[in-house]
Design a binder for this molecule. Structure first.
Ligand code: TRP
Length: 448
């Protein structure tokens, strides 16, 4: 079976796909405003600490699980823990992917509308109020928002149907380098604006007086979401990684790329925010309402706007396909569906729930469950409930349940790579990571 199974064809391709999953709206749309809300430099430092102590070990574990079995989420636990209920992890993984995709598709649809608006040069001559109005009117328009969302899901589906090598790897190999180039150019441009020093200082100079318990929790949640941890996405992608590649090194490379993009996004956005006197704590609308204002006042502003929103669309797309692939891999391998049928079914379910999320800003604004709109509900359920539980289970499984010789073999490619920090890694998996994740969990539920 494994010779017939599709997989990544090259190390660069595997890295592009893995980094593509990690780098997404979480880095470019969310990180700058989270940093803006939580004291800039201090948030960055805490975030990096979580990335190192939590991100690296959990990512290595997901990769090792997937690559050891070369199976989807369900198959992995069936093989490694037969006659137990561990295979139920796949339900969690599917629920996480659907819930994330339901609201991710909404924001990705907005992003595509903004590519279109930039192409039409619709931001020209508009002031802050007019841009805010444009955004609010657009997100309340059921037809345009749903049309873009469906367009986004359709493109994601097409890539997934084409398979791992010909779809996911081939598309991410083009999109990821483009994304790096655009964000570096935007970062350089932002730093040369008059008054930008203020923004850089905000991002890099830690003001610990602004750190609250809440910002620590946000940093941890952000690390989890940004690295795509806890949902089986990296386990599934890990199953397509060649047995020759070094999983520890790949985890470090993916994490370095993800963190670099988050910081670059901060460098591209925050100095401009300060140069134009915009409040860095403007929240989720920051990108959509303020950046067009900034681009408009730059020479070749329209070109910057087009590149930025294309960049954001690419980032969203390479993450979305990883979320869809988790479910498709399960349906194809365990339920014996054709890839095309599995993708249509998956994207169809996502589309139905996704429409509810999109309408949360218009027609369904007042429909709430536990006081949350559909959009907020999907965000809350995935990020604050399912992913932390998934993370703890991954730590428990690899730290306590799984035979450590097999784990060590997988990470060391049968003893050919020296593992210097194996003991520390196991210690983190067993004690530190579950404890930290449990604390975020309680914190985000408002229990502590
Ligand atoms: N990491 C992506 C981002 O930053 C989102 C994402 C993709 C994700 N796959 C995931 C988040 C799996 C959690 C779990 O936008």
């Amino acid at each position: 079976m494994s010779e017939l199974r599709d997989g990544f064809g090259s190390k660069f391709g595997a890295l592009a796909a893995l980094a593509g999953s990690a780098i997404g709206l979480g880095n470019i749309w969310k990180f700058p405003y989270e940093a803006g809300n939580n004291g800039g430099g201090a948030f960055l430092l805490i975030y990096i600490a979580f990335i190192v102590f939590l991100g690296i070990p959990v990512m290595m574990s997901e990769f090792a699980l997937g690559r050891a079995t070369q199976q989807n989420v369900f198959g992995t636990f069936k093989i490694l823990a037969p006659k137990t209920k561990w295979y139920l992890f796949s339900i969690l993984a599917i629920a996480a992917s659907i819930a994330i995709m339901a609201f991710y598709g909404t924001v990705s649809g907005w992003t595509m509308e903004y590519v279109w608006l930039s192409l039409k040069d619709s931001f020209a001559g508009k002031n802050e109020q007019e841009l805010a109005l444009l955004f609010h009117e657009f997100i309340a328009d059921p037809y345009r928002t749903i049309a873009w969302q469906m367009g986004f899901l359709f493109i994601s589906g097409l890539i997934v149907v084409a398979g791992i090598k010909n779809g996911i790897e081939r598309s991410t190999k083009i999109m990821m380098p483009v994304l790096f180039i655009i964000i570096i150019l935007l970062g350089i441009r932002a730093c040369t604006l008059p008054g930008s020093g203020e923004g850089l200082k905000f991002l890099f100079y830690p003001k610990f007086s602004d750190v609250t318990a809440n910002s620590i929790l946000s940093a941890m949640g952000q690390a989890f979401f940004s690295l795509s941890l806890g949902s089986g996405v990296l386990l599934t992608y890990g199953s397509y990684v060649s047995k020759r590649n070094n999983l520890t090194q790949m985890s470090m490379q993916v994490i370095a790329a993800d963190t670099a993009i988050a910081i670059l996004a901060g460098v591209a956005i925050l100095p401009a925010v300060f140069a134009f006197n915009i409040d860095p704590a403007s929240g989720p609308g920051l990108v959509f309402m303020t950046l067009p204002r900034i681009f408009q006042s730059l020479p070749f502003g329209q070109l910057w706007a087009i590149s930025f929103f294309i960049l954001l669309t690419f980032a969203a797309l390479t993450s979305a396909i990883s979320l869809i692939e988790v479910i498709v891999a399960y349906l194809v391998e365990e339920r014996k569906m054709s890839r095309a049928y599995a993708t249509v079914l998956t994207v169809g379910c996502i589309a139905i729930l996704g429409i509810l999320a999109t309408l949360s800003f218009g027609e369904l604004k007042h429909v709430t469950i536990f006081g949350l709109t559909f959009f907020d509900l999907f965000d809350f359920l995935s990020g604050k409930i399912i992913l932390p539980i998934g993370g703890i289970l991954i730590c428990y499984f690899t730290g306590w349940y799984w035979d450590q010789r097999i784990l060590k073999n997988e990470l060391s490619n049968n003893g050919t790579i020296r593992l210097r920090f194996f003991k520390l890694y196991i210690f983190i998996l067993r004690y530190l990571a579950p404890l930290l994740i449990f604390i975020i969990f309680l914190g985000s539920l408002g229990i502590i």
